[in-house]
Design a protein around this ligand. Structure first.
Ligand code: DAH
Length: 338
């Protein structure tokens, strides 16, 4: 009998199809295909009327068995899929190989800052932070910048309004630290700074600085030198040569800049050091008495030193990075090298 053969084949094809079902949606499609009113099984029941009287009991029995078995397997899988966690009710195949997770890594600037922090913590410095949106008072006035100082010019500073700006250096955090604590204070102050400069390989509108400050009775320039040399030797290597050049900053007196021997040419002169054999790494000096007066420290009683360095520059000099913009482009070919 043809119909008995068809019943067998239907059972077989259902078995094959249900094996492939992974989610509720395809299971529902299978239900419609086999069990709905116009589905394959119901159509076979319709064909029952064409079967001869004597064959009817046998064919009817087979058809009932087919319908029950299809229904049973459908119910079982439905229950299983619904109990699987997750919104999409997808069956989890535990035999599949796991997905590889890509591990991120710290940005080279974060790594450099971490290293700077570790060195200064070892030298007895704590860490203090201040806001990036700063007032003219903290960024300039309290730091002894005269009202007509060129750094106040709109060319260099991003002003938000007349009295607020994006800080152009981390030195205002010195003022915030001193107005919040009595001496002795010894801290480094890392953070972002902003300058309204033409963007090029050497300058960017945003970069990072680390400020340092130590105030107590009898703090000397020799201690400043000792601390900075110790830092530079730990960071760049113990065979490093250095020099301090006189310089000027409104908030320190005397002021200096620290140079180290060029790591590329070891002092002979090359493109990196523009032929001089030296690389400038930071600005520093003894805190100007005017700054002490502004924060309410007695300049007769206390002395202190301060320094400030650019983190991008410090890392450029250590790793020979050719362009400051590379720090901010998030190109993995660059970032993965560190
Ligand atoms: N604030 C200075 C700058 O942005 C860097 C600096 C120089 C910081 C001397 C200091 C310092 O604390 O003593 O160029």
């Amino acid at each position: 009998m043809d119909i008995l053969q068809t019943i067998k084949e239907t059972d077989k094809s259902f078995s094959q199809e249900i094996q492939k079902v992974q989610d509720i949606k395809s299971l529902e499609e299978l239900r419609v295909k086999y069990l709905s009113r116009k589905g394959i099984v119901s159509t076979l029941f319709d064909d029952l009327k064409n079967v001869s009287r004597e064959d009817k009991p046998l064919v009817g029995k087979s058809l009932n068995e087919l319908r029950n078995s299809v229904q049973l397997r459908f119910d079982e899988l439905k229950e299983k899929l619904e109990s699987v966690s997750g919104k999409d009710h997808t069956l989890v195949d535990l035999s599949l190989p796991g997905r590889k997770t890509e591990l991120g890594s710290k940005h080279i600037l974060t790594q450099t800052l971490d290293e700077i922090k570790t060195i200064f913590k070892g030298l007895g410095f704590s860490i203090f932070e201040g806001p990036e949106l700063e007032s003219d008072y903290y960024n300039f006035e309290a730091l002894n910048f005269p009202p007509d100082h060129p750094a106040r010019d709109m060319q260099d500073t991003f002003f938000v309004n007349k009295s607020y700006l994006l800080r152009t250096h981390t030195s205002p955090v010195q003022v915030r630290l001193m107005t919040s604590q009595e001496p002795p204070v010894r801290a480094i102050m890392p953070g972002k700074v902003y300058r309204n400069e033409a963007i090029s390989a050497r300058s960017y509108c945003l970069f990072h600085q680390v400020e340092g400050l130590y105030v107590d009775t009898d703090v000397t320039f020799a201690e400043l030198k000792g601390t900075l040399v110790s830092f530079a030797r730990q960071f760049y290597g113990s065979d490093l040569k250095y020099r301090f050049r006189p310089s000027f900053f409104p908030f320190t007196e005397p002021s200096a800049e620290m140079d180290i021997t060029c790591f590329l040419c070891h002092g002979k002169g090359c493109r990196m050091c523009k032929g001089s054999g030296w690389l400038e790494i930071l600005g520093c000096g003894m805190v100007d008495p005017n700054v002490f007066k502004e924060v309410g420290y007695d300049p007769e009683k206390y002395t202190g030193y301060a320094f400030g360095m650019g983190i991008e520059r410090i890392a450029i000099l250590k790793y020979d990075i050719p362009d400051i913009r590379m720090y901010f482009e998030n190109d993995l070919r660059f970032l993965k090298q560190f």
